[in-house]
Design a protein around this ligand. Structure first.
Ligand code: CTP
Length: 320
């Protein structure tokens, strides 16, 4: 009891929850629990009607009142044969709760963070679209790190194949226009905005409502500009808001990225050179340079998780 950094009760039965809520310590589990001063997490698992019983619900509220975290049970087929809420979540899910509790500093508690991630899709016709190679890994890693460091995180994401992190509010979108709407609706709310998405700069000027049939001639698609979301956010930045953009370049990295910082009125640009080994879209690593008004700081090759940490450290340092 003295050594534990975190105490999780999983599965927590209605009986144990009742005892813990009322200070009954009459066995190994409940006495140890009472003697522990570390953060405590309860994962209720029981029959649906037992879980929904107002007595159990009141007991869970008492545990929350004492500062414990209660994990909502999953729904599904239960051991008793009923189907409904009451299943213990998967061990991987429970592990994420533990990780969030003890694995990260809580230096971003109280901060509201809006993150964009992934590619956009610009429709040509009902079958085809224009997109890019973004996997969403970088934006998802930042969203996870910010949430685990205590921030309230909303992530506006284009279609990707990876799972969104837990503890993050996810807003799925498809096109650059969808992303513009979703981001500008929420931008006033955010203390920190991080634009990791690879947004299309152009979209087909007309979208065919029917599938375009091939012919023997050459064919071309007329394109028009999309809204520059980062540029818009920079022009409408509210007091105290921190705006971080990304720049993916293949040449003149520092010069191009520094220009973006000024032109878009951003507070920081995370620049990477697609041609450097270990940088860019597909892999699990990145090599970035953080550009602010005070200059450029080149970082070494790191995992995208580590890069996420470095980006958030820098932002927290800048906003004090
Ligand atoms: N971005 C955006 N809205 C767009 C396009 C890009 O908000 N319509 C954001 C990206 O999320 C990223 C940054 O702007 O944070 C990238 O800047 P951008 O000038 O679009 O980069 P490139 O498209 O690479 O620009 P250029 O073609 O001038 O190199």
């Amino acid at each position: 009891a003295k050594e534990a950094d975190v105490f999780m009760v999983a599965p927590a039965s209605a009986n144990v929850i009742g005892k813990l809520a009322h200070g009954i310590a009459d066995d190994m589990l409940t006495t140890t629990f009472m003697a522990c001063t570390c953060p405590k997490i309860i994962s209720p698992a029981m029959n649906t009607r037992m879980y929904e019983n107002p007595i159990t619900q009141d007991n869970l509220k008492i545990l929350e009142h004492y500062g414990m975290e209660v994990i909502r049970p999953a729904s599904g087929y239960l051991a008793c044969g009923d189907t409904g809420a009451g299943k213990m979540p998967e061990p991987e899910t429970l592990f994420e709760y533990i990780l969030r509790t003890v694995g990260y500093p809580k230096d971003m508690a109280g901060k509201k963070v809006l993150i964009t991630a992934g590619p956009t899709r610009e429709a040509i016709d009902p079958v085809r679209y224009i997109t890019n190679h973004s996997t969403g890994k970088m934006g998802y890693a930042i969203a996870k790190a910010a949430a685990y460091r205590g921030a309230q995180v909303t992530m506006v994401t284009g279609p990707v194949s990876i799972k969104p992190p837990m503890f993050v509010k996810v807003v799925p979108i498809e096109s650059a226009e969808d992303m513009f709407q979703a981001v500008t609706e929420r931008s006033e709310w955010a203390d920190i905005i991080i634009k990791a998405a690879a947004v299309a700069d152009y979209r087909p000027a007309t979208v065919s409502s029917e599938k375009i049939k091939k012919s023997d001639d050459q064919m071309s698609i007329g394109l028009e500009r999309t809204q520059d979301i980062l540029g818009y956010l920079g022009a409408h930045k509210r007091d105290g808001q921190f705006l971080c953009g990304f720049a993916m370049e293949t040449q003149d990295l520092l010069e191009n990225a520094s220009q973006k910082l000024k032109k878009k009125n951003a507070d920081m640009i995370v620049a990477n050179n697609l041609k450097v080994t270990g940088a860019g879209f597909a892999g699990d690593t990145n090599v970035v340079t953080l550009i602010t008004e005070n200059g450029a700081e080149e970082q070494e090759l790191m995992s995208k998780e580590e890069v996420a940490g470095v980006i958030l450290d820098k932002i927290m340092e800048k906003i004090g």
